[in-house]
Design a protein around this ligand. Structure first.
Ligand code: ZN
Ligand code: ZN
Length: 516
């Protein structure tokens, strides 16, 4: 009887139980597969949160972008590197997590149902095999939804990255357009090396940092703002700098790197080079021009603001020269070559650079390299010292010999200075033929004192005729009118009275020179 039970009934019962189990086994397979899938999806969510939000060390498997490793010491914009890094971390971690979760589940079934079952293997082995089937099914199917989710994330990142690049490009284009509208398509002028700077470098505004940022425009390190290594935020565009928060600009040319005007790039620039021989009266004329503009500003004319410390310091020296009516006998070495100031207000603001060519500059060939700024000029000033012309001393009535001190005269003949300067400036690529020339007949206060000056001091034609006929400079006048598009002659008296009022001749002259 025992044999019947052991070899017939029990196996028959077992087989019957197995048959019943087989009817529910597919459901178990599906449930186990679904459970694995849900577990993997939950892991995916945790992974995304860990990589994108929590950013704890276990989710940082790739080296981060650090500002100290960058060429420019600033934090990268998320869509210019760090975003792609996150995607790569998610992909790697997802692969690891998938393999680990599946393997852990299989191992758990092996140990609980096969190697160390808590019940008889006759029951656990079929159940274990069913779970195996479920896990294999789940592991085979789950890559599909996971891949879809990852693709969605990748697509979103791609779209945002593309959008960020487009936005950066658009903002750069807008900034570029603004520079065009300010007539600065090739950049701003460095008052130290006289080169054009397409876009200046800027220093971090934090006083303890001052790291130099070579190119702050929207891109890798920020769209609207960038963050310096020190944590300080800075605007990325000229148009994002408010008047109060303009950053200090620096020249980008490797041999210069000196500070530029803080207003550079924010308004159109006007360059007016003053050409003339040594002691021809350029420095006094420049001083008188600045003083005339300052007086005009006080009396309701366009506002005047000196653009940098050099000009500020230089202007004090210039005022002093005017006040003592000192004949400077050649430009002092300590005066800056460029006097920069902002003229006008609001939209009419212009950054004006008056460049003193320092007398010998055009005569000395090696020095002409410094004339690069002249390329940006559309108005030139030629300072003509009548006392430097021999005919002045021999042909004029009354003879100036006993009346004037000849040592005050420039030692270089105007014809010589003019010829060399125009040649040098044209060789620099300045469009001389499309430029205007203001000829300032200097020292007319001295001439007028002794009745030597032209009859009318406020008339260009009279001054022209006087230069041609009395000074015998026919060919010079002819050359000027050939070389330049428009030539105007001015009698100038670079003097001021006790109340710092400048001679009226200067106001007319300045107005013409700075006419937009
Ligand atoms: Zn420079
Ligand atoms: Zn900084």
């Amino acid at each position: 009887m025992e044999e019947i039970i052991a070899f017939v009934l029990v196996p028959a019962g077992y087989l019957a139980g197995l048959a019943v189990f087989l009817t529910v086994a597919p459901a178990i397979v599906l449930l186990r597969a679904a459970a694995l899938l849900m577990q993997l999806l939950a892991g995916h969510i945790r992974l995304l949160a860990g990589v994108l939000v929590r950013r704890t060390p276990e989710f940082q498997i790739l080296p981060p972008y650090r500002p100290q490793d960058e060429e420019v010491k600033a934090y990268r914009n998320y869509f210019f590197g760090p975003g792609a890094r996150d995607l790569r971390q998610v992909l790697t971690l997802q692969r690891r997590s998938y393999a680990r979760t599946t393997a852990d589940s299989l191992r758990a079934v092996t140990s609980r149902q096969f190697t160390a079952p808590t019940r008889t293997r006759a029951l656990t082995v079929p159940y274990g095999l069913t779970l195996y089937a479920g896990l294999v099914l789940g592991a085979a199917l789950s890559p599909v939804p996971l891949a879809l989710l990852l693709a969605l994330y990748g697509l979103l990142l791609l779209l945002l990255t593309g959008g960020a690049h487009l936005l950066a490009g658009a903002l750069r284009a807008v900034d570029r357009t603004m520079l065009y509208m300010r007539r600065l398509p090739t950049g701003m002028i460095c008052p130290h090396c006289y080169e054009r700077v397409p876009y200046p470098a800027y220093d971090c505004p934090r006083p303890t940092c001052r790291r130099r940022h070579a190119d702050i425009r929207p891109g890798t390190y920020g769209i609207l703002r960038r963050r310096c290594e020190c944590g300080q935020r800075m605007p990325t565009l000229l148009m994002l700098m408010s008047r109060e928060a303009r950053l200090q600009a620096y020249c980008t040319h490797p041999h210069c790197g000196k500070p530029m005007n803080a207003d550079a790039g924010h308004m159109p620039e006007v360059v007016v080079p003053l050409i003339g021989g040594q002691a021809a009266g350029k420095t006094q004329l420049m001083a008188a021009m600045l003083l005339a503009l300052e007086n005009a500003a006080v009396n309701g004319g366009p506002a005047l603001r000196l653009a940098d410390d050099d000009t500020e310091a230089g202007y004090q020296v210039l005022r002093e020269i005017l006040r003592i009516q000192g004949h400077t006998r050649g430009t002092q070495k300590d005066l800056p070559r460029a006097h920069s100031f902002v003229l006008g207000a609001g939209r009419a603001e212009r950054l004006v650079h008056l460049f003193d060519t320092a007398g010998e500059r055009f005569v000395d060939r090696d020095e002409t390299d410094a004339l690069r700024y002249a390329r940006a000029a559309r108005t030139f000033v030629f300072v003509l010292d009548p006392m430097a012309v021999d005919d002045f001393w021999t042909r004029l009535e009354p003879s100036p010999g006993p009346l004037l001190d000849r040592t005050l005269a420039s030692t270089v003949h105007p014809e010589e200075v003019f010829g060399r300067s125009v040649q040098a400036v044209a060789a620099m690529g300045a469009p001389v033929r499309h430029s205007r020339l203001a000829v300032a007949l200097s020292k007319t206060d001295l001439l007028a004192e002794h009745g030597l000056a032209p009859d009318r001091l406020d008339d260009s034609d009279t001054a022209r005729a006087w230069i041609r006929d009395k000074l015998g400079l026919h060919s010079l006048v002819q050359a000027m009118e050939l070389d330049f598009q428009e030539v105007r002659f001015f009698c100038t008296a670079a003097v001021a009275d006790e109340t710092a009022r400048v001679d009226a001749s200067i106001s007319r002259f300045v107005e013409w020179c700075l006419r937009p």
